[in-house]
Ligand binder design. Sequence first.
Ligand code: MG
Length: 163
Amino acid sequence: MKENSQFYTETARKWLLERGVTIDDIADLVYYLQTNYIEDLTMDLCKEHIEAVLRKREVQNAILTGIQLDRLAEKNLLDVPIQGIIERDEGLYGVDEVIALSIVNVYGSIGFTNYGFIDKQKPGILKKLNDKNQGCHTFLDDIVGAIAAAASSRLAHSAEDTE
Ligand code: MG
């Protein structure tokens, strides 16, 4: 069966929610990244740009792939040595970041700076996802940071265009 694009969009959003990540959580991150640069920034504007990012197929693919792997690791269903690597969120693994970068890539180079910054600071939901007692979020933390970084770049570009 080949699913239609509406199905991808809805499933990606549903899986984010099931893993405890709301659009508001991501909007907090975008606000955190952009509040010093954009005058009169509102949460609604942040959400509008997140919605646009979530409509991209590349982004949906990254979300679905990452969450799927986190879930399989939580259920102990992966093989050696990947099970342990993902479960322990090993620092040198790096494939979680590569998948996240496929999201950041969609909106060009400011996205990289934002992604690196937010990954270091880990504000809001990112701190929660990093807590190893809250399940396996080896892929999801990077994906959520990347969605926020991509939405921030989109927001910054559109602000520049209107000035
Ligand atoms: Mg990670």
